[in-house]
Design a binder for this molecule. Sequence first.
Ligand code: ADP
Length: 383
Amino acid sequence: MAERTVLVINSGSSSLKFQLLQPDSGITRARGVIGEIGEPSGRAADHEEALRLAFHQLAEDGIDLKSSGLLAVGHRVVHGGSDFYRPTLLDDERIAELEKLSELAPLHNPPALQGIKVARKLLPDVAHIAVFDTAFFHHLPAAAATYAMNRELAERYRIRRYGFHGTSHRYVSEQAAAFLGASPDSLNQIVLHLGNGASASAIAGGRPVDTSMGLTPLEGLVMGTRSGDIDPGVISYLWRSANMDVEAIESMLNNRSGVWGLAGERDFRRLHAMIESGDSSAQLAYDVFIHRLRKYIGAYLAVLGHTDVLTFTAGIGENDAVVRRDAVTGLEELGIVLDEGRNQSKSKGAQRISADHSPIAVLVVPTDEELAIARDCAELLAS
Ligand code: ADP
């Protein structure tokens, strides 16, 4: 009998990523991205066509979903609001509840819902399960989750710090503990997820105690195109003085800020090349990115009091040794001693990049959100 599989779908506004994997062995059978959905240059006019193309691609790879032992379709959903924090079996009622949440996450949840609807239509006989990016941070301590703003207003509009990339922070912290041969309960960890989106978390004994993203994934670290932390006064100032409406300001902070907003480039490989060639905007963008990252490392060392392990993950965290070095250089007195030789070595799996005598172990651990989602699905169906 074929080993059971889960199809994981990550449906964004203009792209649909899919991956078929075996939750037990962790083996990926197939994966792909249908990009530029709805754009003139793209292959798919909408999400339904994108998913049909994905199935077509799977068929071309010789995979028939029906006979592949397909157990479930796992959907990555960015925002779970206050109510959704466990993997959730989707039916019409749950989907209607999820739709109401789109107000909290207008940029992120509607495309996921579209993905869910078309996948249920095309694969009606299999379980569809939503896994939320906010879930891991649901029980953040109140002191970390609460904004110091008018309480009545915050409660009415469910304004709190939700945190995102939770699937990655949980998976990576568990992998880091496994690498060290320890139980997650016995470690205090800082996880730095540095991709196009970037976030940091502080995890004490397996439970997150702070994270850098907030009501939306805009808060915190400097990202590829997102500003991260910014004085909210900037928003009212732009609204009043630059004649920008709320959509224009939101779009500028999400899509035309961050490293790209400062340097006109968001990919760190090209950013380094620009710096090499003397581009001062690229240098400034890099310096602002590193400065903010170091601020969060310092903050989380203080939040945790005692830290056992600091882990880099995601596209930049896993591949960019220069960023890793610059993030922690000079922090020896705080317990972080990098081994530059180890930091430079390129290995595919988890590795330690700190010196043996470093009080805090510094690791690089590849993230795998799809595998974590597939395992959540299998676990839910087994329960
Ligand atoms: P996301 O999933 O948030 O879109 P990723 O985790 O895939 O992002 O990270 C993508 C980013 O990782 C790229 O934009 C690039 O900046 C960075 N990156 C990928 N590979 C490398 C590399 N070899 N060196 C430096 N940066 C890299």
